[in-house]
Write a protein that binds this ligand. Structure first.
Ligand code: ATP
Ligand code: MG
Length: 424
């Protein structure tokens, strides 16, 4: 029989690396909640229409990356490829957006049928944040300051910020026409993909990876020259605030992002430590999306981070914390003491909430139990043998002591207090 395996590009996250994920998630949660964000949880499956209407029909995601299927009712559903569309849908549906400021965050798996490679998977995880109801550049700057704080908290110092503006839809429309005219004049040098996109989505040609197309792109007109006064003021305001906050950034006029819904600010946080898949966080403003999805016009900005890439970066930069080891391992002297040992373990857990205690189960020699305690990295072995049982004590044996700390017999009634002090 063929061995059953997980789907290509969809991975199990094993216990040996879970502590890095938990550290990352806990730090993220603490930082975003410190800025007043509230968690929202959305379904993993949505109507396909939602993504077509938000991300855009002629984007990579909707054209070729979505997991779309018909359910038993014949409705077209898709596994979510990102969280913003669902978050906006939920916000409209539950009346969270009108005339109020909302700061929301979410965490969960996203699905895209891409070519799997390092840092690029078919099921991956994002933490996303979205702010609704604020139109000025203050909140853009705040979001970037929050992200910079997050990198500091995680001990990641090799992540840089690239920033651009896409302007208002009107200035973008004007720019689009100039861009099409320019690319038409260089049609023969464009790759096939760029030609196909020429009239559908010409701005995506700006971030083409094809060398010849890139040479054409180098001479393309810049959106900066076609910005209206409002767009210019928003962008200048953001840059000034970042400078005041001491947040370094590079203005990259070629940064356009792959989703249709962005307006004004777009940005990416990039590292050079992960090879080709170096963007660990990306986002931007999407002032038109709420209305586009049927709500009242609401300014909004958001971003999402790829957790797999951040985990890899933490591991690579040695900023990952060590796995937690048990505080104590309870060694049982014989089958007749098993019940007594279970009782002792429960008493200790009652007295010391948060104690990480592993009860030896399944018998075996003293030596083999001690070996297991050591292999797990326990700080103390607690031995309950027949001598201890008779004397009403437990032997506490330090396993990680740098000298000084001796093995000792502790009366059972005093054991919890003894451990509380020892584990400080
Ligand atoms: P890329 O240019 O790398 O394809 P994207 O523009 O498609 O990224 P977004 O939709 O902005 O990515 O998603 C935000 C973040 O989520 C990315 O910066 C990245 O960290 C992560 N991400 C996106 N797609 C994947 C994937 N297939 N596997 C792992 N992480 C991903
Ligand atoms: Mg992509």
């Amino acid at each position: 029989m063929k061995a059953l395996k997980s789907i290509r590009g969809m991975h199990d996250i094993l216990p040996e690396s879970i502590h890095v994920w938990q550290h990352l998630e806990a730090t993220l949660r603490e930082v975003v909640e410190g800025y007043g964000y509230h968690e929202i949880r959305m379904p993993v499956v949505e109507a396909t229409e939602l993504f077509k209407r938000s991300i855009g029909d002629v984007t990579d995601i909707v054209e070729k990356e979505m997991y779309t299927f018909e359910d038993r009712n014949g409705d077209s559903l898709s596994l979510r490829p990102e969280g913003t569309a669902s978050c906006v849908r939920a916000g409209i549906q539950h009346g969270l957006l009108h005339n109020q400021v909302q700061r929301l965050w979410y965490l969960g798996p996203m699905f895209r049928h891409e070519r799997p490679q390092k840092g690029r998977y078919r099921q991956f995880h994002q933490i996303g944040v979205e702010v609704f109801g604020l139109s000025g550049p203050d909140v853009d700057a705040e979001m970037l300051a929050m992200t910079a704080r997050l990198w500091r908290r995680l001990g990641l110092n090799n992540v840089r910020l690239e920033l651009n503006t896409l302007g208002t839809p009107e200035s973008r429309q004007r720019y689009r026409e100039h861009l099409i005219a320019y690319f038409e004049g260089h049609r023969e040098a464009l790759d096939e993909e760029a030609r196909r996109r020429l009239y559908e989505n010409p701005m995506r040609i700006l971030d083409s990876k094809d060398p010849e197309t890139r040479a054409v792109v180098a001479g393309a007109p810049s959106l900066m020259d076609h910005l209206d006064a409002e767009s210019r003021a928003h962008f200048d305001g953001l840059c000034a605030r970042l400078e005041q906050l001491g947040i370094a950034f590079e203005h990259n006029p070629r940064l356009v992002r792959g989703l249709d819904y962005y307006t004004h600010t777009v940005f990416e946080w990039i590292t050079d430590d992960l090879g080709a898949q170096g963007t660990v966080c990306a986002g931007g403003r999407y002032d038109g999306l709420v209305e586009q999805l049927g709500g009242r016009a609401t300014p909004a900005i958001g971003m999402a981070m790829g957790l797999e890439r951040l985990v890899a970066l933490l591991e690579e930069s040695a900023a990952a914390p060590a796995a937690t080891a048990p505080d104590a391992y309870l060694i049982v002297g014989g089958d007749e003491l098993a019940g007594d040992a279970l009782q002792l373990a429960e008493e200790l857990r009652d007295a010391l909430p948060g104690l990480n205690l592993i009860q030896h189960c399944g018998g075996g020699s003293f030596k083999s139990q001690m070996k297991r305690a050591d292999r797990l990295g326990a700080r103390y072995a607690l031995v309950l043998g027949s001598d201890e049982h008779a004397a009403g004590t437990v032997t506490v044996k330090p396993l990680r002591s740098q000298g000084g700390e001796q093995q000792e017999a502790v009366a059972r009634a005093a054991l919890a207090d003894h451990l509380r002090t020892a584990l400080k």
